[in-house]
Ligand binder design. Structure first.
Ligand SMILES: [Zn+2]
Length: 136
């Protein structure tokens, strides 16, 4: 057992690799696994991923609420113009703002979508990295 640079203050990682062999990485005596095999690392990664997902869900839910509210507001504006409670000039200005708002929402959605796929890509890359490290 042991050998090489394994001293009293270090030992080998306890993980068994996918190919059935023991991980060869030498680690400090106080830890049981190397960074790649530490369940805590995995947990932390999972936790931060879940946190990011939750934040996105909340943002999307707020956005949906906002859109529903605004849709009702737009119908009120239409009603106001038809019933001549709002002059067409004001309605036209309001409409311009709404168009701008919609463009901003579109831009934000595109960015959110991009962030989502970037995160997924990074997770896949990390996973492949771990596999490469744990089988080499
Ligand atoms: Zn290991």
């Amino acid at each position: 057992m042991g050998g090489g640079d394994v001293s009293e203050n270090s030992h080998r990682c306890a993980a068994i690799k996918n190919n059935g062999a023991r991980c060869e990485r030498v680690i400090s005596a106080s830890s049981r696994f190397c960074f790649a095999h530490d369940p805590l690392t995995q947990e932390r990664r999972q936790a931060s991923l879940e946190k990011a997902n939750k934040a996105r869900e909340v943002r999307q839910r707020n956005r949906v609420d906002e859109i529903v509210l605004l849709r009702e507001r737009v119908m009120e504006f239409v009603e106001d113009v038809i019933k001549k409670r709002m002059n067409p000039g004001t309605a036209s200005a309001v409409n311009q703002f709404l168009v701008t708002w919609l463009r901003l929402v579109d831009a934000e959605n595109s960015q959110l979508e991009l962030d989502k796929y970037t995160e997924k890509l990074l997770a896949v890359e990390r996973h492949l990295d771990d596999r490469k490290r744990s089988t080499s």
